[in-house]
Design a protein around this ligand. Sequence first.
Ligand code: PHE
Ligand code: NA
Length: 449
Amino acid sequence: MARETWATRVGFILAAAGSAVGLGNIWRFPWVTAENGGSAFLAVYLGIVLVVGVPGLLAEFVIGRRGKQSPVGALRDLSGSRTWGLWGVFYVITAIALISFYSVVGGWILRYFGESALGLVGAQPAYFAAPGQYFGGVAAGLDALAFHLLFLALTALVVFGGVRRGIELGTKVMMPAVLVLLIGLAVWAGARSGAAEAYAFYLRFDVATVRANFFDVLGPAAGQALFTLSLGAGTMITYASYIDEDRSLPFDATVIAILNTLVGVLAGLVVFPLLFSLGVDPAQTAPGPGALFVGLAGAFAQLPAGALVATAFFGVVVLAALSSSISMLEIPVSFLVDEYGLGRRRAVALVTLAVVVTGGVCAINPTVGGTAVFGFVAGPLVDTLLTAGLAAVLLFVGWVMGHDAISELRAGGGDLSAAIATPWLLAVGVVLPVFLVFTLLTTFGLSGS
Ligand code: PHE
Ligand code: NA
């Protein structure tokens, strides 16, 4: 059977943007921005996205489009080395680790979405209690397990449908919905009292903060940029492997990076006016689940038409999370399909079953040797895997593919691709690895938790 491909170029762009747009944009980006100098930080962040993020995306795209296989087969056949193939399995493991915690969070969000839709916002104050303690009843135990399974089932359903009729069709609906809803919410939030103050807090051009802590700001900016663009997981390799027509990769990567940034910025334009309108000081709410589930969910309970707004908002988060989780599930699925000739459906069933277990453990969140499993997976484990994964991609493209990478980047790309190809390879092979090590040294935090 012929390998699946995207039906359209837009389909690929939206699927990749769907992978990129996720929890990272909504629960972390606004806070990182506000804390590190507002729009001055945004400028630094945009620079990093263009100088580090886009070249990183291109590195994964080049491997994927040239390899036309899962990361395992692509790395093996492009290098002619079984060792690199073995390294490809690393991305399968990373994907399983990612989706294990991501689908648990997805489950929490589904729960908030469902309860909001039923008009139950605020009816369960216990959910919103005890900030910092992972919001009471929703986050742990059997409830979390059940909703994790539900979110995983939704993810599997999309991937089950295949590249075109599942992932492409799904993200073609999800991404525009996310954008439209977010814009609507931002307009609504902008009409709250306190919006002006919120904008000042979020987007003030605070050069002093950036200048005073420039190196401290670079770390979070880079970490945020890499996680949020889904780099280092093999996702972008996998998605690019389904491209069958050579079009400009630099163009696609730039559009994806812009869409991803736009969603992050919009999320802040929703979140901060809401918090300010209720007199909640966002600086006091830590980024991450606490802010999203405790601060915001509490805010919705007090707003006019709160249930409706909450439904729209958590709907956005569900769609953003889902379009990311399908991209995680697709990595092991493509591995089983390409390497073992499994049918897609059987592969999806197998991988899903594995994540029922691994995600289930994250949902129940036992403490092993003094460390809570969920926090370990969502934090240090995923951070390490993604960093190592991206480092390997960069070295592979820069030092193993070399000229092949250049010709792949140029394929279908016109003058611009030709002009940037060599500097790009230099960046990928030398500058970015150095930068990655530097980032690791300054902060150790890629994920949003
Ligand atoms: N980019 C996603 C987010 O911002 C997370 C992600 C990481 C998705 C790695 C796929 C692979 O939430
Ligand atoms: Na993202």
